[in-house]
Design a protein around this ligand. Sequence first.
Ligand code: ADP
Length: 375
Amino acid sequence: MKIGILGGGQLGRMLIQEALKYDDEFYTLDPSSDCPCAGISHFTKGDFNDYQAVMDFGKDKDVLTIEIEHVNVQALEDLQKQGIKIIPSPSAVKIIQQKILQKEFYQKNEIPSPDFQVVRDKSEVNFPLPFVQKLNTGGYDGKGVQVIRNEKELENLWDAPSVLEALVDIEKELSVIVAKNDKGEVKVFPVTEMVANPRLNLLDFNICPSEISDEIQTQIDEIVRKFIQAMASSGLFAIELFLDKNGKVWVNETAPRLHNSGHLTQEGNSNSQFEQMYRVVKNLPLADTDADKYSGMFNLVGEDGYQGKAYYEGLEEVLKLPKTYVHLYGKTETKPGRKMGHINILADNRKELLEKLTTIKSMILSLIHISEPTR
Ligand code: ADP
C-alpha cells in the first residue's frame, strides 16, 4: 500500500521505522530536504500548507495521513472527494487547527475545558484576570500562548484572533492517547504524567503510568469516550489534560496525531503509539497498549547558544546504562530548543523511575552536548 504522510519530522520517521517490518511504501512531503523522513521514505520536497502541493502529493496514494496538523485542509477535503482515504478526517484536522473551533467543540460536546472568551482582536478583550491568551492559529510548542496575570500585563496582549482561557491552578499535566480504526475499534494507552520545562515550554519529562486515583481515571475515561464519539474520525489523538488542585480534570488541547507524550510507549508498552498509528492507517486490528513496567522519557533539545551542525558528545556513556534507550531523529542542524531526539528509561516502580530519570537527566546534561563540535 502507498501511504503518504504530510510532514517529514520525527513523528513520521518513528512511524516509518516501526512500520518497515510490514510491507508498505511510505511517501513524505516536507519543505526541508534534510528532514528526518527524507532518507527513509520516498520524499517529495514541498509545502504541506500549499493546496496544489498537497493535491499533487496525495492524488496517487492509497491513504494519506499527517504528522503535523498545520496542513492544507481544503486539499485534504478535495482528495477525500476524489476517493483518497484521509486519516484523521479533514474535519477533525480543521477543528483542531484552530484554537477557537477546538474550544467550541469541547463546549458543544460537554467535554470539560477551561472557561473562555473568543476575541477577534484586543479591543474585544473582556475576561477576568488572570487568563491565558492562545492565538487561534500558528501556535506550536508553547509559542502563541501567553499568561496575562494582571492589569499591567494587558499591555502584552496580542492583537489577533485568539482564545482567552481561565488560568487553571495546575496540580499535574496529564496526557492520554486514544486510537480508533475504521472498524470502530478503540484502544487507549495508559495515562502519562508530564513535567514541563518552564523555560522552553517543551515537555521536560514524561512518565507512565501516572499516579492518579480511580476517580480521576474515571473522569479521564469519560473525556476520552465523549471525545471519540464527538470527533467521529478514525485516527490517533493525544488529549492533553490538566488536573487542577481540586481534583478536576480539564482538557487543555488535543493533537490529531502521534505525540511527544507517547514516545515512552516505544519500550514501555506492549506496542508503541507508532505501531498503533500504522494499524489505524491500515484499518488493522488495534494493538494492545498495556505497560509492563514504569517508563519515562525526556527530550534531547538543542543547546542554548548553538546553531549549526549537530554533534552528540558523550553518547557512548549513555548507551552503557541499563534499560536506557536513545532515539535520535537524524536532524543535522541543531538550534536552541529544537527537539533532536529523546531518551526512554524503564524501571520497576515509580520511585526507582523518578530516581533514574533525575540521575540520568543530570548526567546527560553534562555528558551529551547537542551542539557544534567544540574542538
Ligand atoms: P502548545 O499548543 O503550544 O503546546 P498549550 O496550549 O499546551 O500550548 O500551552 C502550553 C503550556 O501553557 C501548557 O502545557 C500549560 O503549562 C500552560 N497552559 C496552557 N493553558 C493553560 C491554562 N488554561 N491554565 C494554566 N496553564 C496553562
